[in-house]
Design a protein around this ligand. Structure first.
Ligand code: SF4
Length: 322
């Protein structure tokens, strides 16, 4: 996307190695931003691609990490900034007004470029239709008030008695996540003396949310603790009662061609069809695209042959409401 925004070339030329599914996601994002880029050129706007904003004045110290605070695309026309950020994952990403990353990017544009309004757009091609493109507007006044709040939070975080507030999102990126007592406490605080299923059904909905959030933190802590312990053992560390063992092996032909000749002969001897030994399988739509290409006529010809089956149901975070 960055290359596209800079060069304006076609999606395929920009990244010849894109997987067809990714290509359509990039194409969709490109279709969303292209009109704004074209308009900005007519209006002599400034186009910023992967531009880093400086948030050190509000206490967000990202020195030494050049990947942080990098806006995918910002277009500045006069006192208005149009901010775009694309999310290629499937997981829940809140819309800009509920999303600290967007709010901080918008603040960065106010601080660095002196804009008065920021129109922030989240582009997430894999999200459900209603949440694929969500946009919110911020004023410089709102953002400067937010800057004061962030300064206070940053200052409070630096205090030795800062409260530890666990949560899937904030803990995932925290450098202290393996040593944080609050995360370990989330494991210890599980209601182990109760049958969770009946107890969970009986508590208030808000308490269910609280419990599930704590469960996610505890689960992550346990998974990471297990990975650390297992890597200690695999590196030769001593844990009495445990040792390095072999995983389950798999059987493979030593020489497929020679095996096929031999097996065909055996099949004939036992009265079975030798051709049953060769299993042919229909290519998936993605594999067929790799063979046939993804030109427009091929895509059009394939379209009526493909059905989208819904994936297995899973729990996702839901869009927040005010
Ligand atoms: S790991 Fe601990 S310190 Fe880090 S964000 Fe989570 S609760 Fe806060």
């Amino acid at each position: 996307m960055a290359e596209l925004c800079e060069t304006g070339t076609s999606v395929k030329l920009a990244r010849g190695y894109l997987h067809p599914d990714d290509e359509s996601a990039v194409q969709w994002c490109w279709d969303q931003v292209k009109p704004s880029l074209e308009d900005s050129k007519k209006m002599n706007g400034s186009i910023l691609v992967e531009q880093r904003v400086d948030l050190s004045s509000v206490g967000l110290n990202v020195e030494g990490d050049p990947e942080r605070c990098r806006i995918d695309l910002a277009i500045i026309v006069g006192e208005v900034a149009y901010l775009f950020d694309w999310k290629f994952g499937e997981g829940y990403v809140p819309r800009p007004k509920y999303n600290w990353q967007f709010r901080m990017y918008a603040l960065g544009l106010v601080l660095d470029y002196g804009v008065k309004r920021v129109i922030a757009t989240k582009l997430q091609p894999a999200a459900a239709e209603a949440f694929r493109r969500t946009a919110d507007e911020f004023s410089d006044t709102d953002l400067m008030a937010l800057a004061d709040r962030v300064r206070e939070i940053s200052k409070a975080c630096a205090s030795p008695d800062a409260p530890l507030v666990t949560g899937e999102n904030q803990c995932r990126w925290c450098a202290a996540r393996d040593t944080c007592p609050a995360r370990a406490g989330a494991v210890m605080g599980m209601p182990m003396h109760l049958g969770v299923e009946d107890w969970f059904r009986g508590i208030e909905p808000a308490s269910r949310t609280d419990f599930y959030e704590r469960l996610l933190v505890a689960y992550d802590w346990v998974s990471r603790a297990r990975a650390h312990v297992e890597s200690f053992i695999l590196d030769g560390g001593r844990v009495p009662g445990f040792a390095i063992g072999e995983g389950r092996g798999s059987r493979e032909w030593t020489d497929e061609n020679a095996a096929l000749v031999a097996l065909r002969s055996i099949a004939t001897q036992v009265g079975r069809n030798p051709e049953s030994l060769l299993i042919t399988k229909m290519a998936s739509p993605s594999q067929a695209e790799k063979v046939l290409g993804t030109s427009k006529p091929i895509k059009e010809a394939m379209l009526p042959l493909i059905q989208i089956k819904p994936g297995a149901q899973k729990v996702v975070r839901a869009e927040e409401t005010p």
